[in-house]
Design a protein around this ligand. Sequence first.
Ligand code: ZN
Length: 154
Amino acid sequence: MDDLDDLYQEIILSHNKRPRNEGPLDPCDCQAEGYNPLCGDKIRVYVRAPGGCDGLIEAVSFTGEGCAISRASASIMTDAVKNRPRAEVDARIAEALHLLTSRDEPAGDLMTLGDLAALAGVRKFPPRVKCATLAWHTLESALKGEGSASTERE
Ligand code: ZN
């Protein structure tokens, strides 16, 4: 298991160093700001969905300041949901939040979950779980047109 932990840590560090899809989207169809007061992570999530946020989510990006876990999670999130229909995006959000907060062992083959699986390693550090869920809650808020999300308002 130690080797796996190292692998996950490596994935998180690499996303933090070279985040995917960082920077504002222009044009952007909906966006939201997320804040995790426990750690001070702040991110903004941008969504491009020309047909509306109920249709195809073409692209997702993020900007913000935060710890390595919050940034890696945002980077992994943008890659995991872009170019997918809304229903699939909702399913991925649910899958990620379950992975991050459930006490069960992750279902299915971890390797097929890809970088998303790396986030599951965070469950061993309960104070950091909200760093990892922030990007996903913020995406949810953007899609619902809520404008902002806080990990302390659940
Ligand atoms: Zn954090």
